[in-house]
Design a protein around this ligand. Structure first.
Ligand SMILES: [Cu+2]
Length: 108
């Protein structure tokens, strides 16, 4: 029993400590050919997850201005995640629908 409890306590302590500086995940919903919210503000290390809530339409989240290659399209009930390690403003758009735009603001 003791063998089991100690590692569990250690893990709980680590989890407790990490929540003080925990990275957050912010969700952007994609529906009706729109990113919502269109702008998000996060801290370095945070994750943004885009969820496709369309009925049938696929989309992509392309940080073309940052020099990224176009990522795969993702379909309804799929999502796409990206971690932002450094501060800055990161505009993006949907590859197949360039009129769909959004921006991620990263600052401390
Ligand atoms: Cu799209």
């Amino acid at each position: 029993m003791k063998r089991f409890v100690m590692p569990v306590l250690a893990v709980l302590c680590l989890l407790g400590a990490s929540t003080l500086v925990s990275a957050a995940t912010v969700v952007v919903i994609i529906k009706d050919y729109k990113f919502s919210p269109q702008e998000v503000s996060i801290k370095p290390g945070d994750t943004v997850r885009w969820e496709n809530h369309e009925k049938r339409q696929y989309h992509s989240v392309w940080f073309e201005q940052a020099g990224d290659p176009e990522p795969d399209y993702f379909f309804p009930e799929e999502s796409y995640e990206r971690v932002f390690e450094s501060a800055g403003d990161f505009p993006y758009h949907c590859g197949p629908h360039p009129e769909m735009t959004g921006v991620v603001h990263v600052s401390d």
